[in-house]
Write a protein that binds this ligand. Structure first.
Ligand SMILES: NC(=O)c1ccc[n+]([C@@H]2O[C@H](COP(=O)([O-])OP(=O)(O)OC[C@H]3O[C@@H](n4cnc5c(N)ncnc54)[C@H](O)[C@@H]3O)[C@@H](O)[C@H]2O)c1
Length: 278
């Protein structure tokens, strides 16, 4: 195998240094190692987070050159080519629209906006600016999924008649799990519909084509959760019995019966509060 040399540096600014901000930053650092054939070397120029400790962590541990609590500062910098948006869903629209207007290429985490209207605005702003965009529907890139798609396209499964998509997650099963932004309509928008059904729908349409018709149900199983301290806590952190609680305002469960354009019938089911195998 010939050795590849890294030729192009790309300046990256990450907004939101929680779970995904860290995951993406690790991935940027690994690109020259795992994908040397790209010839790309991401440069972690700047990070923005409203929690100062997270900015410090990004600089000290991940090697970001600088950080701030104001994401707007990243858009003013000429040495940032790509803005990576890994903040709670309610902020996606404002940040993508501003980043596109500043001429930055954009990676925005799913669900790309808090509601369909916001997603349409985001799409239009990015198209209008002519910037390159990407979003976090990562499961479709798994080698097994890519191979399955190839087999479907080659007709190796014959004519498809049924599709079953299921994404059962445990992150909300602990009744003492904190009331993080994910469980609140005003910060997350929908619950599992945005959070994990979006992945399930993306994969279903990736493999089977557009969904034509749908009927669905939803439910909130865990109605109250302990309140986090401001600036602390993710959906994996726990409160204690007797802590003050607040209401969960978006759904834990969605089940849907679907029909695809090509006549395939199927079911899609997601849950964040379930016990047992995932
Ligand atoms: N593709 C996937 O599989 C996947 C997995 C998890 C999360 N996500 C998506 O990633 C996004 C972030 O989720 P997460 O789990 O990393 O959340 P998180 O709560 O762990 O991190 C969010 C971060 O954003 C910061 N933040 C909040 N407001 C800010 C502001 N105004 N300016 C700068 N920073 C701000 C918070 O302090 C926090 O550090 C969500 O849109 C979520 O849907 C995608």
């Amino acid at each position: 195998m010939g050795e590849q040399s890294v030729s192009k540096s790309i300046g990256v600014g990450v907004i939101g240094f929680g779970w995904m901000g860290r995951t993406h930053s690790r991935a940027y650092r690994n690109i020259p190692v795992y994908f040397p054939e790209t010839g790309l070397k991401p440069r972690l120029v700047a990070v923005a987070d409203t929690v100062p400790e997270r900015v410090d962590l990004a600089i000290e541990t991940f090697g970001f050159e600088t950080g701030t609590d104001d994401w707007r500062e990243l858009l003013d910098r000429d040495d940032i080519d790509v803005i990576d948006i890994t903040v709670p869903n309610a902020l996606h629209e404002e940040l993508v629209v501003a980043a596109a207007a500043a001429g930055k290429h954009i990676f925005c985490e799913k669900p790309v906006g808090i509601e369909p209207r916001a997603t349409a605005v985001i799409e239009q702003s990015a198209r209008h600016a002519g910037v390159i965009t990407g979003c976090g529907y990562n499961y479709r890139w798994a080698p097994m999924v890519q191979f399955t798609k190839q087999l479907i396209e080659q007709g190796r499964f014959g004519e498809l008649t049924h599709y079953r998509g299921r994404f059962f997650s445990m992150y909300g099963r602990d009744r003492l799990g904190l009331l993080s932004w994910r469980f609140k309509q005003e910060e997350a928008g929908y619950g599992v519909l945005s959070d994990i059904m979006s992945h399930t729908i993306d994969m279903a349409q990736h493999l089977c084509g557009p969904i034509a018709r749908v009927v669905s149900v939803k439910e909130i199983f865990v109605k109250e959760r302990p309140l986090p301290n401001p600036g602390e806590g993710t959906h994996y952190d726990r409160g204690k019995p007797g802590d003050p609680t607040g209401p969960v305002t978006n759904e834990d469960y969605v089940g849907a019966l679907v029909e695809f354009d090509n006549g395939v019938r199927g079911t899609l089911e997601v849950d964040r509060s379930i016990f047992g195998p995932q």
